[in-house]
Design a protein around this ligand. Structure first.
Ligand SMILES: Nc1ncnc2c1ncn2[C@@H]1O[C@H](COP(=O)(O)OP(=O)(O)OP(=O)(O)O)[C@@H](O)[C@H]1O
Ligand SMILES: [Mg+2]
Length: 500
């Protein structure tokens, strides 16, 4: 791979007496191969340390055995410190020990010994926060995400390798090849190599259907991190009634999304995103899905409550990683449903510290992020949202989604009746619409579903009477939660734009 520059850079850093080198990367294995290469070039020994196996010496491709009793990091560092052997030591997964002052001091002591002997300590990881103590002795380099040329080089490499073992048919035209390579974006080179090899070996060819395999693989990678969920495109804008204002706003930006480069030349930047606030059940989530469909972009969903459930103590780091994943897959839509859940404890809870930090991270990410990520955030409860969040400029627009007006209620009835194979013209729309004042879209849908159950169990056809019966026994949220919704509406005045 095109790692020559990285090799030279690491080599130069070691020669200029940087005794600790941090390498920012998601690909520790790739970094390891790189470091080994540097050690060979510089005629230095090569050791690797991991928490499970301790310190091991690697010579060429071979492992020369572990150093006795070095599974514990402190002991491994002690060994490095007392050894006179010129070598490069690659420490994997140690950044988590940086909170511990004793370990950090040991690392510092250890690094000082490299003024008398050749070599260095190399630490790899993601989002490394270098302890202040170590800063004077260290340097940081970042292995950049692979680009299309690197994927192409990788593909040649894989093809050449496999061709020596089997017959391979190459069935992609230039456009398909580009599509395949573009879709590898977001995968590490290791992951890409695995996917490509598997796709080729299975049927002895590389064909258009393999593009989908790559996409599938990417979905897996995205979901493996646990915070993001990949949503298949299935909801069309046609199935969303009402919300004309929002739809027009989105339509106006469609061309920018589809041709970001052209738009940039024209002086337009990729839109940041929208915040949809409003009454529950009125189509906010539905809209997020429809936008993705309309713009033909992948939809990634972030469920803020997962931030705390799954990775207590690691929330901030995982949040960052989720954001980076979204960036890597851009252009993409990032849907953050019920965003208030992520920040609700900013003002004093047991984990207030963590959520305040996440909040800060998120705000700054919103301001200056890399890559074309359009955010659709939804929220029901403004009281739980910190004021900074709602300030103009974070989002392109804040929309308020209220219950549908009579005309929109009819449209929603029509959509959901027709979805269930019923002809809306056979119903007394006027009475139904009149009777459902204050109903949300989801309550309307629920009325239809319940009435269908009743009809089915009584062996009847769905009728206006059955619908009206169901409407009569439904208490809409706007009635049961009158005060809260009243507050929300009052709040929204002057601060938001109507989505209708
Ligand atoms: N404007 C609409 N057009 C068509 N269907 C709608 C509309 N609004 C709501 N619905 C129906 O109600 C269901 C629930 O709506 P949705 O989940 O989008 O509401 P929401 O605003 O996100 O609510 P919540 O705040 O509870 O998350 C949708 O799946 C859809 O079937
Ligand atoms: Mg919702």
């Amino acid at each position: 791979m095109k790692s020559i520059n990285m090799l030279t850079e690491i080599e130069l850093l070691i020669k200029s007496n940087h005794s600790i080198i941090f390498i920012e990367t998601a690909e520790e294995e790739r970094a390891d191969a790189l470091i080994k290469h540097v050690a060979d070039r510089m005629n230095l020994g090569f050791f690797i340390w991991s928490a499970s196996k301790g310190l091991r010496r690697i010579d060429g491709q071979e492992e020369k055995g572990s150093v006795y009793q070095t599974v514990e990091l402190a002991l491994a560092l002690g060994h490095v410190e007392s050894s006179n052997f010129p070598a490069i030591y690659h420490f994997q997964g140690v950044t988590q020990y940086f909170e511990d002052v004793v370990t950090v001091t040991r690392l510092k002591d250890c690094s000082k010994t490299f003024t008398d002997k050749s070599g260095a300590i190399i630490i790899t990881g993601l989002d490394i926060k270098i302890p202040d103590q170590l800063k004077p002795y260290s340097a940081v380099i970042k292995i950049p995400e692979p680009n299309v040329e690197q994927y192409q080089e990788l593909l040649h490499h894989v093809l050449r390798d496999l061709q020596s073992k089997m017959h391979i048919e190459f069935k992609l035209d230039t456009e398909e090849l580009n599509k395949l390579l573009n879709n590898l974006k977001g995968l590490t080179l290791m992951e890409a190599e695995k996917v490509l090899t598997k796709a080729i070996v299975e049927d002895g060819m590389l064909a258009p259907k393999d593009i989908n395999r790559v996409i599938d693989e990417k979905i897996k990678v995205v979901e493996r991190e646990g915070l993001l969920e990949y949503y298949p495109n299935e909801e069309a804008m046609d199935s969303v009634a009402d919300l004309r204002g929002l739809k027009e706003w989105l339509a106006k930006r469609k061309e920018i999304i589809l041709q970001p480069d052209k738009a940039r030349e024209f002086g337009l930047t990729f839109p940041k995103g929208v915040l949809l606030l409003g009454v529950p059940g009125c189509g906010k989530s539905l809209c997020a899905k429809a936008v993705a469909m309309e713009w033909g972009l992948p939809l990634l969903k972030l469920d803020p409550s997962n931030l705390y459930n799954k990775y207590i103590g690691e929330s901030e780091k995982n949040f960052k990683r989720a954001m980076q994943t979204a960036e890597k897959l851009s252009p993409v839509i990032l849907w953050i449903d019920e965003i208030e859940k992520a920040f609700s404890s900013v003002s004093g809870d047991h984990d207030a510290g963590v959520s305040t930090r996440i909040f800060g991270t998120f705000l700054s990410w919103l301001q200056d992020r890399d890559g074309d990520v359009f955010i659709v955030a939804t929220a029901n409860d403004v009281q739980k949202l910190p004021a900074e969040f709602l300030r103009k400029g974070r989002f392109d627009e804040i929309f308020f989604v209220d219950v549908p007006d009579p005309e929109s209620r009819e449209a929603i009835f029509r959509i959901h009746l027709e979805k269930r194979g019923k002809n809306a013209d056979n119903f007394d729309m006027k009475s139904i619409v009149e009777a459902t004042s204050g109903f949300s879209g989801s309550e309307i849908e629920q009325v239809i579903v319940s009435a269908l159950y009743t009809a089915f169990s009584n062996d009847l056809e769905l009728s206006s009477t059955l619908l009206l019966d169901e409407i009569r026994v439904t208490k809409p949220l706007t009635v049961t939660m009158r005060d809260r919704i009243g507050y929300l509406r009052e709040w929204a005045k002057g601060r938001t734009v109507s989505a209708h």
